[in-house]
Every structure is written in C-alpha cells, then in structure tokens.
Write a protein that binds this ligand. Structure first.
Ligand SMILES: [Zn+2]
Length: 512
C-alpha cells in the first residue's frame, strides 16, 4: 500500500466522545444508515471503518476471501411466523433468513405452540410404543381405550389437588422458558455481527424461539425410529438393538444442535455499530489526527491502526494466498498457543463465516479422539475377556457425539461469556471477535479432549496403584478417581476461557 496516496484528513471534525476507550471527549463520525459516508465525502467501507486511496493486490485478495457476503438475497420473500411449525425441521436456515422481520411477540407465540407440539409428540410416541408392543395381542380399539383410561387417570390426579398441579405445571413451564433464554444467551455469539449488543440478543432469542417446533419433529422422528428398531429384529440381531437405539439418540441430538446453530448463525441484515476510528493499541479516539500522524496517547503511527494492511484476517481466511493445509495448521497453532497474536489479525466487521468451517474440521478430530479414547478405556477395562461388540459399537459413538456437543457448547459459551464481559466493561459488542477467537482456538479443544480421555485411560491402567492410594487416604476409590480426573480438566477449562479472553482483548479497539 502506498503511503503517499493517503488522504490528509479522512475523518470529520470531532464533536463527541468515543463509546469505548474514553480517552478524549469527542463525537462519533457521521454515518448514514444505508450507505456509510463521512461528512467530508470520504467513504467508509462496510468491511472496515476506514478506506484509503490505494489498495495492494494482497489486500484485495484477502478482502475478497473475507467478504463471503452472507446477506440474504433481495429476491428472497418473507415467510409468516407460523411457517416455522413446518419449516423448522425441513429448512431451518432458509426459515431463519426469511423470518428476520418476525417480531418477538409472534416468535414467542410460535415458541409456545412448539412446546405444546413437543408435549403432543411425547404422548403420540407413547401411544405408538403401546401400539407396537400390543400389536400381537390386542386390537386398536383396546389400545385407544387404554389411552383414554390413562388420560382419565391423569385428570383425576389433577382434580384431587388442582392448585398443587397448576403450580407444578407453571413451574415446569417457567423452567423451560428459563432454559430457552439461557440457550439463546449461550449460542448468541455464533450469529453475532458487528452490531449493537441488543440486536445480537434480540436476534438470538427470536431465532431460538422460532426454532422450538423442531424439538417436536425430533421427538417424533427419533421415537418412531427407536420403536421401529426395537420391532424389526429381522434386520439385525437383538443384541444390536440397544446399540441402534443409542445411535438414533446420538444422531437426533446432533441434528438438533446442527439445526440450532444453523438457525442462529443464518445471515441477516444488520447495521454496523457506530464507532469512531480508534488507536489499535490504546483505544485513543483518532478522529482528527492525520493519517500520517501518531497517536497522542501511545505515540504509535496512525497507519498501524487505520492502514489497509491492518487486520488482514487470520491465516485460514487467506487460503487463496496461503496453501490450505499450511493455513489450517498455522491457524491451529496460533489459535491454541498465541491467542493474543491471532486476536490482532481477526476482523470484527464483515460477515465471513470461515471460522465455523475451521471449527467443524476440529470437531471431527474431537469426535475421533473421544471415540478412540473411549474404545481404549473399554478394552483396558475388559482386559483379556475381550469387549462386547455391541458396547464397542454404541459407547464410543455416544461418547464422541457428547464430546462434540460439549466442545461446541464450551466454544459458544466462552465466546458469549467473554463477549458479555467486554460489553459490560467497554460498552462494545465484541462477540464477533470472541466467537472467531473461540473457533480458531479449536486446536486447544482437541488437545483438551485428548487430555480428558487420556486421563480416563491412565486412571484405568493404574487402578491398582489408585486402590492402594485410596485405601491409604481413606477415600472411596471412585471419588478419588473423579477428583484426579477433574484437576487437569478444570485447568483446561480455565485455560480455554483465558485464551478466548486474551484473543478478544486484542480486538477490543479494532477498526475493521
Ligand atoms: Zn494509541
């Protein structure tokens, strides 16, 4: 990039104060909602907060790689809120894109309908199960009669103590509501953009509520498949039945998680937050400092904060210039070991979603590590007698799926928690940065999985030593094993959260 081509005063005269890093009392530069533009006619980029005369080829390459524009196509029509009841299971992402206009009240109505549908689905699956188990002996009318009697029994319970049951039902409902809000807060970072914090929260809550009917669809599908598996012994021997049930539950859980993340992360139009240009290093408001000048607070050149080469994106985002495998490996190492360095390169603006793909590649490794570790511990426990094939088929898959769910959960939880903390401290929504740091730190999650299952295998192998130790200390061996397992895992938990916090802190004054 040519320094000579930089305009002298790219920003308008100061009149206010910076929302973060309140080093000087000045007002934000003027930006129009539709086409961001400063008062002196100097254009702001949607990808970054500043634009300078000349852009190098590498910059262009990196910016095209970054800008995988995710805004919904203008031709896409709007769907009314009630379509969520059918579409949430079939096309969750399309539904999320086409229902961005739906208000919170309508979304809540769909959410309540979804809960009622889920209850109905549970009752229907119970009916199906009875139908299947009684198919040989009883006829349909008898089964229906049984169901009617059951319902009468439930109503009789309710009539006996109506107030107690009303309170119980209300408490359960409030519990479900609390869980939904918590889930929305945890997954919020997955879909958060460079926007006001309230917009991120509102969008997450709206989308999680609209997605509720999917639970009913999952209950129906999984229930039917499990009943079918238990009935059709013809296709596989009885011993594989339980394994098939476990695998069905695993895939249902993964389906729900995948759809939920897809819904929360689906593109939506958003207005970037309005921030003045800041010094990358100290947060000083650079509004009326010339681009070839220096920050009045820390003395760093302004070009290091606002130049085109600043925040080029992480290695994984520059796969067009760096070989993919090398980019992947570099990003894995940077994300896990040099979070602060990585945090200096991530872009807080824009809509790129490469960090999600990066996270998914590591989730495959998390699954393999957990499943392999579980299989090893089964073999280590069973020893010479040899493991049962049924267990070896079902348990590692279950453990692998749980590990993937947990890894995703911890990543979004860390990103959201750190994002909320920075919102409180700096009054800036940094969740897009914290989610990227959490995703690019996925190498650490793989390491953590290896530690978690390595500890299990290790503890199984030193069982005799553990037994002596437990006897000497006077503790039950199980408690001792759990404590020994928790120590390295708690350490990993703290290390991962601090990694996300350090990386995000390096992006707190980012301009692009
Ligand atoms: Zn500075």
């Amino acid at each position: 990039m040519a320094l000579a081509s930089l305009p002298e005063h790219p920003y308008p005269l100061p009149i206010g104060r910076s929302p973060i890093g309140v080093k000087v009392g000045r007002e934000k530069p003027f930006r129009e909602p539709g086409g961001p533009r400063t008062a002196d006619g100097f254009e702001w980029q949607s990808q970054g907060r500043s634009s300078f005369g000349e852009v190098s080829v590498a910059d262009l390459e990196s910016s095209t790689a970054l800008d995988t524009s995710a805004s919904p196509a203008p031709s896409e029509g709007r769907w009314p809120a009630w379509t969520a009841i059918f579409a949430s299971g079939i096309a969750p992402r399309t539904l999320a894109r086409r229902t961005t206009h739906v208000g919170l009240r309508s979304a809540y109505a769909v959410h309540v309908a979804g809960i009622l549908l889920a209850v109905a689905a549970v009752i229907f699956v119970i009916f199906l199960e009875r139908l299947a188990s009684a198919l040989d002996s009883a006829n349909l009318s008898e089964i229906c009669l049984h169901m009617v009697r059951d319902i009468q029994e439930v109503l009789r319970y309710f009539h006996a103590r109506p107030i107690v049951w009303t309170i119980r039902i209300l408490l359960s409902f409030m519990g479900i509501e609390a869980i939904y809000l918590l889930v929305a807060l945890v997954v919020m970072s997955w879909g958060a953009g460079d926007e006001p914090f309230a917009v991120s929260v509102r969008s997450a809550v709206q989308r999680v509520w609209l997605h509720t009917p999917h639970v009913a669809i999952v209950i129906l599908t999984a229930g039917s498949v499990i009943i079918l598996v238990e009935r059709s012994r013809v296709f596989w021997p009885g011993m594989y039945g339980p394994a098939m049930v476990v695998l069905t539950l695993c895939s249902s859980g993964m389906w729900l998680l995948w759809a939920l993340l897809g819904v929360v992360g689906a593109p939506r139009p958003s207005l970037p937050s309005d921030l003045p240009p800041m010094c990358e290093w100290c947060g000083y408001n650079l509004t009326h400092i010339p681009t070839d000048g220096r920050c009045s607070e820390c003395g760093r050149p302004v070009i290091e904060s606002l130049g085109e080469g600043v925040r080029p994106g992480v290695a994984w985002q520059r796969r067009e210039v760096i070989p993919p495998l090398r980019a992947w490996w570099r990003c894995t190492i940077d994300g896990a070991l040099r979070a602060a360095v990585l945090g200096r390169t991530v872009r807080v603006t824009g809509t790129g979603r490469e960090h999600r793909v990066f996270l998914v590649t590591h989730l495959v490794l998390v699954f393999l590590a957990a499943a392999f570790g579980c299989a090893c511990s089964i073999i280590a426990t069973d020893g010479a007698s040899g493991p049962e094939w049924e267990i070896l088929l079902a348990l590692p898959s279950l453990v692998g799926c749980l590990a993937v769910g947990l890894a995703v959960g911890i990543a979004v939880l860390a990103a959201s928690a750190v994002g909320i903390a920075f919102q409180i401290m700096d009054k800036r929504n940094l969740m897009r940065a914290s989610m990227q740091v959490a995703a690019y730190g996925a190498g650490f999650l793989v390491f953590w999985t290896v530690v978690a299952y390595g500890t299990v295998v290790g503890l199984v192998m030193i069982e005799n030593v553990l037994d002596d130790l437990a006897w000497a200390l006077g503790y039950p061996i199980d408690s001792l094993a759990i404590v020994l397992w928790c120590v390295p895992n708690l350490f990993c938990l703290v290390a991962y959260f601090s990694l996300v916090a350090r990386g995000t802190a390096a992006a707190r004054y980012a301009n692009r």
